[in-house]
Design a protein around this ligand. Sequence first.
Ligand code: COA
Ligand code: MG
Length: 302
Amino acid sequence: MTRPRRARRCQLSVPGSSEKMLAKAAGSAADHVFCDLEDAVAPSAKVEARGKIINALNTLDWGKKTRCVRINDVSTQWCHDDIIEVVTGAGANLDTIMLTKPYSAADVIFLDRMLTQLEKKLGLEKSIGIEVLIEEVQALQNVEDISRSTPRLECLVFGMGDYSGSQGIDTRDIGGTGDFPGDIFHYARFRIAMAARAAGIDAVDGPYANFGNPEGYLSEAKRAKSLGMVGKWAIHPAQIALATEVFSPDPSEVAFARKLETAYREAEAQGLGAAQVDGVMVDVASLRLVRNTLDKAELYGL
Ligand code: COA
Ligand code: MG
């Protein structure tokens, strides 16, 4: 199974219980939308929300977006029916399922096996991918195993809200505003980004609740980007453009990367290992960094 490459600069969360917001999300500029059945939907509304999501997936124009459904975790009474109903109702119009609160690889394999059975039963031609939230302390301890749990897995998301609850983190320290001398999420983000890269999948940063504070959002998004994450969630339309901007290489960076690559190729053709462009050395190691930028430019059509 080869994993599809998908843009995930911005993953927009939309409550599955709101037909209005589902329609708004489908028409948004986000690369990826996940229709939520978990935290954004009250227990009394969860069963009905499945039908609303199925209808939205089957009838709305989602453009080129990745269409994802976020399901309840494996310890709940909803998880198995979330999978069966959503895949049965809209499996052909669904790209990925996002699993909440896994503790270990076994939880992800449960979803993987359910998908395999349903795809056979329903004769679905396209395989449905998996994304998982790392939002329990056990999940961070097991993140390497989780990242290699199934070839369906495409993305690890750092869910810092639930994660803070799981570890007992003092949320006043988030963003460097409390007593903690540094970035309280640095270790978690670093570890998740590292596990994702080792497994050849994406890492994405989770939500920023204060949607009226673009500076705070940008600062968190840039921290994630610096560590190799490829995107961040939006919980409100106001955050979509911010994420897309942070996680897109800017035009001057892309142009310089193209120049470096050309210079290296020319040097290589002459039997040289290194060249210089505008006073900057380029060798085979810098080519890797350049490729990271150019791969993104290709994926995002820049
Ligand atoms: N997806 C799609 N549309 C959204 C949206 C979202 N996540 N959040 C807000 N909108 C829409 C609103 O419906 C509104 O539409 P309108 O202009 O046509 O009336 C517009 O964007 C502006 O919204 P606003 O009035 O500023 O906010 P609100 O009070 O309607 O909603 C929240 C605020 C927080 C309730 C809402 O943003 C939300 O539910 N976010 C998602 C929460 C979530 O998914 N949590 C779980 C993951 S952490
Ligand atoms: Mg949560």
